[in-house]
Design a protein around this ligand. Structure first.
Ligand code: FYN
Length: 578
């Protein structure tokens, strides 16, 4: 071998033995089973995305970080592994932060990884590119926040982020990676040794036996027991244990929005269609992964029975959740799976819920269902919400493993009650914050993570927050069908400016054709005006698996001001002169 050849070979060997910050981040994620990254490329993380894709990680590039973050968040909810969102510094980071905060509020495990500026310059405020103290900004908005300054600490940084995201009550974690870190080079073997594989990231939290006994005693003495299933119960994937408990005890259950389908909405014990009655009349209420927040009127007031007349059992992994609004007579601090298993072991041989109570619930439920039925069957043009949702309800019944994404005002409030769900974790919606804008991010995340067909039912306003991602859906050829309930505006399309100068504050362009947006990117666009046309279009889209957007024309006068949350949306009682 010539001297030159020897030198080249020696150089190559030396090169192989090196690694850098980019590759250590990727190796750390892969070592911990993270196989997908959602993000938007740019300075300083462009190459991180490229190298990650080359290393076999699936990298889904979005048009806006908030949507990428929402996709990562819902990936976390669906898989119990942290969903990862990758952004550029400053504005990209801030865009992703909304999704991180929302993930934290909803208890979805997610990691926002953002490139950032050089510490030394940021701290002295010397004007670096997109200079911002991202760590300080992220801290109050997520469960934990870490910054890695040295490549040798990347393994620890990623491990801490993963454990923080999924252990205990899951949530969002911010991981700050300054640009300088990516180029730091080290010996490959040293780099490998610095990586950390997280063992038992979310250990089971076993309930105390006396806590379980206390709860069982309360339930057995109840005349009108009720189980409320929350999104935490859906997240836990303890589907069998939950179903066993509900069926063994015969207690009526009320699913919160994203808990629909843990047991089918058509289950004889479902009290979904008798919501007001069961909340007011139950004497013992068992909350399973459901919090007594605004969605349950904080456990008090006119939604509930007289103060002190109802006793609460609460199962939650977070001890501080107990007594957050009212007294919890039987707290069970545990993960849902362990708690339900422990309860199941204690409720054998029990006679079940009193028959009179079941009959009362059934009567109210049947009456509400009968009242709604004719409204779902009108084949009129233009459609109202009920007629359009009646068509979609049949589609989900026939395709129970499809994932339903839902956001809007009327579109959300009515779809929640009308569209029955049959399987767990198939309904993804606006969650704890009632946030508009989750639509396309959730749809993409759900399609990527599960490979199942996704039906996104969107109000025209809600869709606008993430609508540009239809290009992403087309680019990746995802099996997403979007139905836009287009009534020309927010709530309805009839508002006007009293001065006649501008459009009313809640209206959009009249008779807009959202379906044309999809066609612009090679997807299928369809305009429909009747429930029959809507059914045909959705079925064709879901059969073909092609990205499709259906503009469903809804009567602009249909819809009300999202009445359910009227107390949060005060109307002025003051009449003022012009
Ligand atoms: C907290 C809530 C679930 C409470 O709503 P409620 O109207 O009290 O209950 P819902 O479950 O929607 O049910 C309404 C009524 O329909 C009945 N109901 C429910 N399902 C059915 C079926 N399948 N058939 C017939 N009737 C039904 C149910 O018993 C209630 O009647 P009765 O029992 O007779 O009362 C809701 O307000 C909510 O999730 N809000 C979030 C909204 C949100 O996030 N918006 C984003 C902002 S929008 C931006 O502007």
């Amino acid at each position: 071998m010539s001297a030159i050849a020897k030198t080249i070979e020696a150089d190559a060997a030396a090169e192989q033995e090196l690694t850098d910050g980019f590759h250590l981040v990727i190796d750390a994620l892969k070592l911990n089973g993270i196989d997908t990254i959602y993000g938007v490329p740019g300075i300083p993380i462009t190459d991180l995305g490229r190298f990650a894709q080359a290393a076999g990680i699936r990298v889904i590039s979005f048009r806006h970080e908030q949507n990428a973050g929402n996709a990562a968040a819902i990936a976390g909810f669906l898989t119990k592994k942290p969903g990862v969102c990758l952004t550029v510094s400053a504005p990209g980071f801030l865009n992703g932060l909304t999704a991180l905060a929302n993930a934290t509020t909803n208890c979805f495990p997610m990691i926002l990884i953002s490139g950032s500026s050089e510490r030394e310059i940021v701290d002295l405020q010397q004007g670096d590119y997109e200079e911002m103290d991202q760590l300080a900004i992220a801290k109050p908005l997520c469960k934990a926040a870490f910054r890695v300054l040295h490549a040798a600490d990347i393994g620890i940084g990623v491990a801490r982020a993963i454990r923080a995201a999924v252990s205990g009550r899951p949530g969002g974690v911010y991981l700050d990676l300054p640009a300088k870190l990516f180029g730091q080079v080290m010996d490959a073997s040293e780099g490998e040794r610095s990586l950390v594989k997280v063992i038992d990231a979310a250990p089971a939290q076993i309930p105390a036996p006396e806590a379980v006994d206390r709860a069982v005693a309360l339930l057995k003495g109840a005349k009108k027991p009720l189980v409320i299933l929350g999104k935490g119960a859906a997240y836990s994937q303890a589907d069998e244990e939950i179903r066993n408990f509900v069926e063994k005890t015969g207690i009526p259950f009320l699913p919160m929005s994203m808990a629909k389908g843990i047991l089918p909405d058509t289950h004889p014990q479902s009290a979904g269609a008798a919501r007001s009655l069961v909340l007011k009349e139950a004497d013992v209420v068992m909350l399973v992964g459901a919090r007594l927040n605004w969605l349950l009127s904080h456990g008090k007031g006119k939604t509930w029975g007289p103060a002190g007349s109802q006793k609460f059992i609460q199962i939650d992994i977070e001890p501080r959740e107990m007594d957050s609004n009212i007294e919890i007579a039987a707290p069970i601090v545990a993960d849902i799976g362990s708690a339900m298993a422990a309860l199941n072991a204690k409720v054998g041989g029990w006679a079940g819920a009193p028959k009179e109570w079941l009959a009362t619930v059934a009567e109210k439920k049947d009456a509400n269902i009968a009242k709604m039925a004719p409204r779902l069957m009108k084949n009129s043009a233009p459609m109202d919400f009920h007629a359009a949702l009646g068509a979609l309800r049949t589609i989900i019944k026939e395709r129970p493993d499809a994932i339903l994404v839902n956001e809007g005002a009327n579109t959300l409030d009515l779809a929640r009650g009308i569209i029955d769900m049959y399987q767990p974790r198939k309904r993804l919606d606006v969650g704890t914050w009632g946030v508009m804008g989750i639509g396309m991010g959730f749809a993409i995340g759900a399609a990527v993570e599960t490979g199942k067909p996704v039906l996104a039912v969107e109000g025209d306003s809600a869709f606008g927050f993430s609508g540009m991602e239809v290009e992403t859906i087309c680019r990746y050829g995802l099996p997403v069908t979007i139905v836009i309930f287009n009534n020309n505006g927010i709530y309805r399309g009839t508002d006007t400016d009293p001065n006649g100068r501008d459009p009313g504050t809640t209206v959009f362009v009249k008779d807009a054709r959202y379906d044309k947006m999809m066609e612009a990117f090679g997807g299928v666009g369809v305009n429909v005006t009747t429930p029959d046309e809507l059914s045909r279009a959705v079925n064709a889209a879901m059969d073909s698996g092609k990205p499709t957007l259906i503009n469903a024309v809804i009567d602009p006068t249909a819809g009300s001001e999202s009445g359910n949350i009227g107390s949060l949306n005060p109307q002025s009682v003051v009449k003022r002169k012009k």
